[in-house]
Design a protein around this ligand. Structure first.
Ligand code: NAP
Length: 304
């Protein structure tokens, strides 16, 4: 049986550590870390993400501020709000919830955020720092993956790591972080010819694609460490009989369940360690976003 990597517990540990540091920062410097979030439009998933980020801020004692703009907001209006946050002394971290409506250029918006307050780590300056191995802000989800591996005492150095998915927010930064930790990294994407060949070679397999059951039992070797980033909502009508019985309580109560990209039930017995979905990588993302905001506040307070 694999060791279950409990992201909820690790993220609570991190939040408790942050809480203590926040008290200390307030005591020594009179500064409370502040996160400013810009939400444009009515995307229901985005609303949920923003409210859980705000809840996270409250939990650890941060100031949390949100600007909610209508779906019709112009690029200039969004840029104006970013400028206000860039100049506010009480806001140390800024994030613009993605996706943005089509009339707004995502790149222009992300590049308008001060790199010093870019706690999502999407600004080219911070991406460059990640490549150059300089201190900057690292995107929260991949940072959370490395943090989990380290806190679980899983060796990264020298191991074969396969990253499936090469998105800007998860796959690419995660591959770089693994490389910076001296793993031998393979990155797979939609054009990869023989995915199984690369996943079978992995001692650490990170999957961030968004396709349920993409990774099957015969695609991994014994003893592999699996980090499943995927989040797929499966409704009762689309669920297999196995899933319906495994997640019966979810289907009974919610009519749907969340699963990852990995066939958890079949792969778990082969793995040495594995993250569940939900309760694996998901909770780590907010914890690392808060950690980035605290880091920014400490830099502003000249404590780092
Ligand atoms: P994304 O931008 O859609 O990227 C998916 C990646 O998978 C792309 O690089 C895509 O390649 C690749 N891909 C698609 N089909 C593939 C295949 N058959 N074989 C190999 N690679 C394939 O998604 P994302 O933002 O990275 O998110 C991925 C998943 O993680 C989603 O389920 C998302 O909900 C979840 N997620 C979870 C968290 C969390 O906090 N737990 C955070 C972020 C994302 P191409 O670009 O070449 O098509």
């Amino acid at each position: 049986m694999a060791k279950l990597i409990n992201g909820t517990k690790i993220s609570n540990d991190i939040k408790n550590e942050i809480k203590e540091e926040v008290k200390e920062l307030e005591r020594i410097k009179g500064i409370k870390p502040g996160l400013g979030v810009i939400l444009v439009g009515e995307n229901p998933a985005s609303k949920v993400y923003v409210s859980s980020k705000q809840k996270g801020c409250e939990e650890v004692g941060f100031l949390s501020d949100a600007i909610k703009m209508p779906e019709t907001a112009t690029e200039a209006e969004v840029l104006k709000q970013i400028e206000i946050y860039n100049n506010r002394k009480d806001i140390h971290g800024i994030l613009v919830q993605l996706p943005l409506p089509s009339q707004i250029d995502k790149i222009k918006v992300l590049e308008a955020i001060s790199p010093l307050k870019d706690v999502d780590g999407f600004h080219p300056v911070n991406i460059g720092k990640l490549v150059a191995q300089e201190d900057g802000f690292v995107p929260a989800t991949p940072a959370g993956i490395i943090e989990m591996l380290k806190r679980e005492g899983i060796t990264i150095k020298g191991r074969n790591a396969t990253m499936v998915g090469h998105s800007e927010i998860v796959g690419k930064p995660c591959a770089l972080l693994l490389l910076n930790e001296w793993a031998t990294v393979t990155v797979c994407h939609i054009e990869t010819r023989d995915l199984k060949m690369h996943t079978l070679n992995a001692e650490i397999l990170v999957v961030a694609v968004g396709k349920p059951y993409l990774i099957k039992e015969d695609m991994v070797k014994d003893g592999v460490v699996i980090i499943d980033v995927g989040i797929n909502r499966i409704t009762t009508d689309k669920a297999s009989p196995e899933l319906l019985s495994w997640r019966k309580s979810d289907f009974d109560v919610k009519g749907a369940t969340l699963i990852g990209d990995v066939d958890f039930q079949k792969i778990e017995p082969k793995a040495s360690a594995i993250t569940p979905v939900p309760g694996g990588v998901g909770p780590m993302t907010i914890a690392m976003l808060l950690k980035n905001t605290l880091k920014s506040a400490k830099i502003f307070a000249q404590l780092k």
